[in-house]
Design a protein around this ligand. Structure first.
Ligand code: UD1
Length: 418
């Protein structure tokens, strides 16, 4: 079993370029299915979720090539429109292929993505949107069979929750629906804007991404696209919170600081000094972090649920009390028990967790049980006294490209041991 061995307490110092965003590249890879020909995607991070998405594209018939961080997907010939359960299991967000397959092939079959480590992960909004666009969807023994073809047509869709995945799936499907589709109540996450930019590079008429109403004029002929994936705001937040936990000064580049506003304002309130420029942000921390006003996760531009565990880990080794309210997912406090092993004082009940900084955490063997929870344990270990062993690296590799290398370059004492 592999784990990270971290000797905590060394301040972090330096600059790093943030990888491309996982949550951006996955829908973009799916979008590459929409047109025959060779799409080019730059700044593609090397992650197990990306490998799983590329495996799915290959299986569908695409020719996929990767040269360093540039991926080309040649979707000239698609052989099939079904994704076997084995590949669906590897990447839970593979449901994002549904909309693109419907638009390109007029049909899609995949197994139900089911629950995941964050609790039940329903896809009712995805299915309702696709049905409203004219798709016929049958759910049989854990398998989703979708048919569209000539029945697909644009129309107004209303999302009752601004779901990121449902917005993306609806945008992809709408590209294949003649007429105008309007998505009301769309998610406003920056990754949706990145998807819009890629779709436009394919010739699609899409506008409004970043606001809560997205317009797609579908049924137009598309050609292969080209994009450079935006910097990963959650990965950036992880390195900045690590600076808060361990002390020191870290600069992240290749990321839009506006995407980090909610996280940066928390770090500032906790006592860090913050500076930002057009595509960079610096966090400097010279004293233990202070408790801050309640942190409530919310859809963008609110505080991201994906940064909740990471900020909590940093504050647990500071001083003062902070309340967290997790409003997006039901089971997103699984890192709390592990942080307690490191001496953290955290009481969690339902959606609320109250963290009282203990001054300094101590190292311990801990296990990450989900992607961001695992990254949070690394952040905690960097600020803790003594040795922390973080296992469950499979989860972390889903979203972090070269985490230990980047942290070591900032001066952290971290090694991967097998
Ligand atoms: C995406 C991100 C994930 C992030 C999340 C919230 C990707 C690959 N993943 O996940 O990292 O944590 O946004 O920012 O981009 N919901 C329903 N029915 C649905 C769909 C969602 O009830 O059909 C609910 C979910 O249970 C959750 C909320 O809507 O409570 C938001 O989920 P959603 O925005 O869809 O998250 P994902 O797209 O799965």
């Amino acid at each position: 079993m592999s784990c990270y061995r971290i000797m905590g307490g060394r301040p972090l110092e330096g600059r790093l370029t943030v990888q491309g965003a996982k949550n951006s590249v996955l829908p973009i890879l799916s979008a590459s299915l929409l047109a025959p020909g060779r799409s080019v995607i730059e700044n593609c991070p090397d992650l197990s979720d990306v490998s799983a998405a590329l495996d799915i594209l290959s299986l569908l018939g695409c020719r996929v090539d990767r040269q360093e961080d540039t991926v080309t997907v040649d979707a000239s010939v698609l052989r099939r429109f079904d994704i076997p359960e084995r590949l669906m299991r590897e990447m839970r967000s593979s449901v994002i292929f549904l909309g693109a397959l419907l638009a390109r092939m007029g049909a899609a079959e995949l197994s139900y993505p089911g629950g995941c480590e964050l609790g039940p992960r329903p896809i009712d909004l995805h299915l309702a949107a696709l049905r409203a666009l004219g798709a016929e969807i049958r759910e049989e023994q854990g398998c989703l069979r979708c048919r569209g073809g000539s029945h697909l047509h644009g129309r107004e869709l209303c999302l009752s929750i601004p779901s990121v995945g449902a917005t993306e799936n609806a945008m992809l499907a709408a590209c294949g629906c003649p007429g105008l589709t309007t998505i009301v109540g769309a998610a406003r996450e920056p990754e949706i804007e990145d998807l819009q930019a890629f779709l436009r590079s394919m010739g699609a008429q899409v506008s409004g991404a970043g606001s809560s109403v997205v317009y797609i004029r579908g049924g137009l002929p598309l050609h292969p696209g080209h994009c450079r994936v935006m910097g990963d705001r959650i990965v950036a937040a992880t390195y900045l919170c690590a600076a808060g936990a361990a002390g020191g000064r870290v600069e992240v580049t290749g990321v839009n600081p506006e995407h980090l506003t909610a996280v940066l304002s928390c770090l500032q309130e906790a006592g860090c000094e913050i500076r930002t420029g057009p595509d960079w942000a610096v966090v400097e921390s010279t004293a233990p972090l202070r408790g801050i006003s309640p942190v409530r996760t919310a859809p963008y531009p609110g505080f991201p649920t994906d940064a909740q565990a990471i900020l909590m880990a940093a504050l647990a080794g500071g001083r003062g009390t902070t309340m967290f309210v997790e409003n997006i997912f039901d089971s997103r406090y699984r890192h709390v028990d592990e942080l307690r092993r490191m001496g953290a004082d955290i009481r969690a009940s339902g959606r609320v967790a109250v963290v009282t900084g203990v001054g300094r955490l101590h190292g311990a063997p801990v296990r990450g049980t989900d992607l961001r929870g695992g990254a949070a344990l690394v952040v905690a270990g960097l600020g803790a006294e003594g040795e922390t062993l973080v296992s469950g690296l499979g989860h972390i590799q889903r979203g972090y490209d070269g985490l230990e290398r980047a942290l070591a370059a900032l001066g952290a004492d971290i090694q991967r041991v097998d």
